[in-house]
Design a binder for this molecule. Structure first.
Ligand SMILES: Cc1cc2nc3c(=O)[nH]c(=O)nc-3n(C[C@H](O)[C@H](O)[C@H](O)COP(=O)(O)OP(=O)(O)OC[C@H]3O[C@@H](n4cnc5c(N)ncnc54)[C@H](O)[C@@H]3O)c2cc1C
Length: 481
């Protein structure tokens, strides 16, 4: 029962990770909550993102490992030729999606959240319009409203998507077929993860990147060593500085590549399929934000640090936004964290988010991860605050666990303040980098110094000693350590 005269204490629009965590947290704190979802419960992460892509990476990663005869023979292992069934790999991903989605839905129901199926929109202050799937339109009232409508794949102009031969990650996660030759447009984390899957399963990949180098969003030193393995060492032809200006679906798919600067046609390619992995755009068009005079920034909803929606720079009462639609570090764990922070603020337990301590990972084999500032940002910050920037590198080839696994290709780069010892950022490429970054993220969030961290004992032999070595090197560079 709502303790107010509203239909609900809280209505959440969008049941992705952001909306889910917000709704559950609010219901757990005794609020009457309604959550509106127009597609599948669980949003991008569960249905078209993290969950199915990691299932595909897990299966294809095993194929890659078992097919690497040279690597296995160094252990004295000789496996028979590897066979795999594409359909069963796809089933593994689909079954996992169904499981996670059911669990998530049941968790909300058990918490007492009312699940409303249809499209939600704002209808003025504390009012939400709901267009149900059967076409019925209702107006609901709520003390507070959280917008958590997420994002969709961005398809640049000139690229025609048919969902079969030219597709985005939305379709790629279904692994409906394995093209002999696939072009992947974009070398961000989604493009890299799918290149990992496709090459492990025997596909030839052409990677097209508009910026001047592949993996443009990653640390340059990390890119150098990661690209050597993840791109050059595989059946991938990388083309940086080229714009896929026209892509026409069919058999074959035709691609026109233009020079990024002159926009002149430089090459035409014919491939079996194209995956468009050129980023994501916020899903905010249908929210009727204008009814509350909210102006978006290219579709992203402006918020303050408490997740309050801003109109003309000022926070609106009772309206909040979380997740990809806010454009802050578009990751599932960011969305979830924002969701709980928004609810805590509604409950009067004031909280903000330190985005700088949120880690990010790319689940290639091996993985790439990062937290905090890039080297360039750290340099700017050190100039602005007038302190000396410390940079140390720790290598997997000096780590016993990595050597035992015969997987010693890897690097960790740690950025820190030489005056206080505070960590500013870290970038890792190597075995289990996605797990290793969490320790640094926690330290960054707690503002621990490298001196303190260097005294913490790490288990031997583990990959975590790569981090320990970085802390020790950093501590030795501090003036008074
Ligand atoms: C291929 C891929 C792999 C990824 N891998 C990872 C990963 O490994 N780790 C990670 O952290 N992140 C990953 N991400 C990113 C992650 O999926 C997103 O950051 C996360 O899903 C954002 O959550 P959200 O709640 O903001 O939005 P979403 O998950 O997009 O959910 C929004 C929901 O709102 C619904 N909706 C939209 N408009 C309305 C409306 N008007 N009415 C009702 N419902 C509406 C949508 O249908 C959707 O279900 C990946 C993304 C992709 C595409």
């Amino acid at each position: 029962m709502s303790k107010t005269n509203f239909d609900f204490d809280l209505i959440v629009i969008g049941a992705g990770y952001g909306g889910f965590d917000a709704a559950k947290h609010a219901a757990d704190h005794g609020m009457k909550v309604g959550i509106i979802e127009s597609r599948e419960m669980g949003g991008t992460c569960v249905n078209r993102g993290c969950v199915p892509s990691k299932a595909l990476l897990a299966a294809s990663g095993k194929v890659r490992e078992l097919a690497d005869a040279a690597h296995l023979s160094n252990f004295g292992i000789h496996a028979a030729p590897v066979r795999f069934e594409r359909r069963k790999i796809a089933d593994h991903a689909n079954n996992l999606v169904a499981n996670v989605r059911n669990n998530l839905t049941k968790t909300l129901e058990r918490a007492g959240v009312t699940i409303l199926r249809g499209e939600g929109r704002l209808e003025g202050p504390q009012k939400v319009g709901l267009r149900e799937i059967n076409g019925v339109d209702r107006i609901l009232s709520a003390q507070d409203v959280i917008l958590a409508t997420g994002s969709d794949p961005f398809v640049p102009p000139g690229i025609e998507v048919d969902g079969r031969t030219v597709f985005t990650s939305d379709e790629a996660v279904n692994l409906e077929w394995l093209p002999r030759w696939i072009a992947i447009i974009g070398s961000g984390y989604i493009g890299l993860e799918f290149a990992d899957v496709y090459t492990a399963l025997g596909c030839e990949v052409t990677m097209i990147e508009a910026l001047e180098r592949v993996m443009p969003t990653f640390d340059p030193d990390i890119t150098k060593i990661a690209a050597r393995n993840l791109i050059t060492g595989r059946d991938i032809d990388a083309k940086a500085g080229f714009l896929a200006s026209k892509v026409s679906p069919g058999c074959p798919v035709k691609i026109e590549l233009s020079d990024v600067v002159t926009r002149k046609l430089v090459e035409e390619l014919e491939v079996d399929a194209v995956l468009v992995a050129t980023g994501r755009v916020p899903s905010s068009k249908k929210l009727n934000l204008a009814s509350l005079s909210v102006e978006t920034n290219k579709g992203f909803i402006p918020i303050d640090d408490s997740m309050r929606v801003l109109a003309k720079g000022n926070p609106l009462p009772h309206l909040w936004a979380v997740g990809d639609v806010t454009g802050k570090l578009m990751l599932a764990h960011t969305a979830a964290a924002q969701g709980t922070v928004a609810v805590d603020n509604i409950l009067g337990n004031l909280r903000t988010i330190d985005y700088r301590s949120i880690p990010a990972a790319t689940f290639t084999h091996p993985e790439i991860s990062s937290v905090g500032f890039s080297e360039e940002e750290a340099k700017d910050f050190s100039a602005q605050e007038d302190f000396q920037l410390g940079i140390v590198r720790s290598y997997f080839k000096a780590n016993s666990k990595a050597l035992a696994e015969l997987e010693s290709d890897g690097l960790m780069k740690l950025l820190f303040r030489k005056d206080t010892g505070e960590i500013l950022g870290a970038h890792i490429y190597g075995l289990h980098a996605a797990d290793l970054i969490q320790e640094v993220a926690n330290a960054l969030s707690r503002k621990q110094t490298v001196t303190d961290l260097s005294r913490e004992v790490h288990t031997h032999p583990t990959l975590s000693e790569v981090v320990e070595v970085a802390y020790k090197q950093a501590a030795s560079q501090l003036k008074n350590s």
